[in-house]
Design a protein. Sequence first.
Length: 503
Amino acid sequence: MSHNKGAYEELRALRRRAGTLGSVGSLLNWDQETYMPPAAAGHRAEQSALLAGLVHERLTDPRVGELLAACEADAAIRADAAASANVREMRRDYDRETRLPKDLVEEIARVGSQSQEAWKEARAKDDFPMFAPWLGKMVGLMRRKAECLGVPRGGESYDALMDEYEPGATAKMIEGVFTPLRARLSTFIGEAAGKGRQPDVAPLGVKIDPARQHEFGLQVLGTMGFDLGAGRLDVTTHPFCSGMAPGDTRLTTRYRDEKFTDALYGTMHEAGHGLYEQGLPKGEYFGEPLGEAVSLGMHESQSRLWENFVGRSREFWAWALPRTRGTLGLKGSVEDYFRATNTAMPTFIRVEADEATYNLHVMLRFELERGLIGGTLAVNDVPGEWNKAVETYLGLRVPDNRRGCLQDVHWSFGLFGYFPTYTLGNLYAAQLWEAYTAKEPGFASAIERGEWLGLRDWLRATVHVHGRRFPAAELCKRATGKELSADPLMRHLERKLRPILGI
Ligand code: ZN
């Protein structure tokens, strides 16, 4: 490379430093979600705001702008595929970040941290009016954020926010994907409700000591190839994965008495995210775009693959049952567990929804948050509109706000434009699964033998190692040979669920 190798390396070092500072914030956030005593919340909000401001300062340092300009003018960098992709994405980040004033960034972090605490309490007490003023503040901050970022021509404020999570996606595009998918899912679920027989879920109702569930969770993580020497599994209210630093990917789950599979699939889900984080080339590129996940939709595809395509298969239960009969006290057969974990039955809670109804939960959130940001929905109307949407989409009457609009943490700290990535993830997952199993038709029996690493390694090679080198849509096409489509997901659901439901 030419004389500007110096500029590129300096730029990389600055990003790595900002990434290191950011990872301190991630650690604080992990702590807040797991072990922090409630009385520490006030000071934690100050710590989070300070760090967010410092990271922002680093990322918007005018020196970064100078170095970027020098790299962009350099023919040698342009000719180097990896370096030019890295610079292209750093430019994107710099432009986004410099449009946001520091006081706004700090304010979002501070209010978000307080609002999250308010949400926890409001949810526990089923008290929407307690949360409403915080939600109002976050919506206001997010609209200001969108204004600063700039609304794309012909687009809407929502697009500017969603672009952070799914670069390039717009509300119109999402609507275009969701509308036909909603029709196909509704038809299918209607058919299931009309003449289908829902499987017996009684086998899931065994009470299992959380310590034993945890032990089994760790065994599943090991089989997935998650490196526990470079990660952890802890307990929280709202499971998540934080790939905070090289060698440090933390997963959380929650154990419930009523249904042990919630924790099991929660763990597999977060571990799917965790494998992506562990598969990113962070040793070489920590803090740089080439060491970061391409989009949240692609991230979610990794979790859904393990949770639904591996975890809810007959072969998974053929592997799991003989290993856990003694420790978990499970009584049913492989067929019983396979059927019990594959219902198509509307329920209230998104994170516990089955594969068939899950995306309807996402679609209603997308519509409501688009309305909140666009100004067509007032905060105080959220519970009513939520309940109306649940009735239309899922045919259910919401009994309380805990099982309604207070169930998700996202809006409390300003994650607007985030929900659609869950459904994009399901679509990417189905398409990746179809591509992998076409190439490796023997993988189903490999699942039964506990030989799951083939999938992890394929995902690593086709998705993880690239970081943000290719946009998500292109990465999908390179990995699967096709543009993203809803067909693989519908094929998967129909093929698996029709025989179970008898339709
Ligand atoms: Zn996820």
